[in-house]
Design a protein around this ligand. Structure first.
Ligand code: CP
Ligand code: NVA
Length: 332
């Protein structure tokens, strides 16, 4: 696998073999780090981190991974650069491409991360857009392999909730690339768009993945090894959608009954985080006042159960983002 000089914009820019190769690279880099003999492959590199939306995991994963590999980062927060307000993405890209060896971008529009790659001339990494969340998918895959101990083509992966947005769409495509039995379990109005389904089906022809899109929870989760979900309201969506969203998705909450419906006592629970499992945050309290629900997409019981691997999953953001930067900037 030689991905040097490539950008990391969405899953479908890669072949299944390349996708798996990034997971293997992350596995070996994680081992190096844990064993305390990390070789620095990014010495002297500079990486720009543009965040038009807030982040905890993605930002910190890029910063720590870059530091451990010997690279320098600059963090541009949602308000303190000119990008998007006074200066176009294309002009920003032309400037930053002269300073940096690689650029991470998180924002609304997939078109912006694509333009950044086109005009900067350096590898660009998608740290989440409304359409795709590809760095998350590598972390999820690594976590699934570590916790199920199964080859990807024997894993049944069910995702409950909003299937139309970044995490749901990416999970469908990435799981298909890895040959999983993937189920998107959502009300019809929240199921992935035709484009995402077509991309997944195309990969499935090559990998043998099985794809189910259903609004029936019992059918969707039966036999699952992994139950995943995401927030019901994503960053950038207006507050006004909360009540309708909660009403529409309440039956798709991951709770003890759903975990039991898998029929698999070893089924694990995953969530990219942040999660509304308790409503102890400021936003959570507002949600509670508006809806009366004390948890949204996952109950506290499941989130805090032994089945929940969400913090291992979060740690793997760092190891997999490191693999992406090493592959694209140093070659691997
Ligand atoms: N999962 C994830 O992308 O987390 P952050 O929004 O904290 O980066
Ligand atoms: N769908 C969520 C993912 C957060 C990591 C969002 O876009 O806010």
């Amino acid at each position: 696998m030689n991905l040097r000089g490539r950008s990391f914009l969405k899953e479908s820019d890669f072949t299944p073999a390349e996708w798996l190769g990034l997971i293997e690279l992350a596995t070996s880099l994680k081992k190096e780090t844990k064993e305390g003999h990390e070789r620095q492959r990014l010495l002297g590199k500079s990486i720009g981190l543009i965040f038009e939306k807030t982040s905890t995991r993605t930002r910190c994963a890029f910063e720590v991974a870059a530091f451990q590999q010997g690279a320098h980062t600059t963090y541009l927060d949602p308000v303190s650069s000119q990008i998007g307000h006074k200066e176009s993405v294309a002009d920003t890209a032309r400037v930053l491409g002269r300073f940096y060896d690689g650029i991470e971008f998180r924002g609304d529009r997939q078109a912006d991360v694509e333009a950044l790659a086109k005009f900067s001339g350096v590898p660009v990494f998608n740290g989440l857009t409304d359409d795709w969340h590809p760095t998350q998918m590598l972390a999820d895959a690594l976590t699934i392999r570590e916790h199920t101990g199964k080859p990807f083509d024997q894993v049944v992966h069910a995702y409950l909730g909003d299937g139309r947005f970044n995490t749901g769409r990416s999970l469908l495509v990435s799981s298909a690339m890895l040959g999983m039995d993937v189920r998107i379990v959502a009300p019809v109005a929240y199921q992935p768009d035709a484009e995402a389904i077509a991309i997944a089906r195309q990969f499935a022809q090559e990998t043998g993945a099985r794809i189910t899109i259903t609004d029936d929870v019992a059918t969707g989760v039966a036999g699952a090894d992994v139950i995943s979900t995401d927030v019901w309201v994503s960053m950038g969506e207006p507050k006004e959608v909360w009540n309708q969203r909660v009403a529409d998705l309440a039956d798709y909450q991951v709770n003890a009954q759903v975990m039991a419906q898998t029929g698999n006592p070893d089924a694990i629970f995953m969530h990219c985080l942040p999660a509304f499992h308790d409503l102890e945050t400021a936003v959570g309290r507002q949600v509670y006042e508006a809806t009366g629900m004390d948890a949204l997409e996952v109950t506290e019981e499941v989130f805090s159960s032994p089945a929940s691997v969400v913090f291992d999953q979060a740690e793997n953001r760092m190891h997999t983002i490191k693999a992406v930067m090493v592959a694209m900037l140093a070659g691997a």
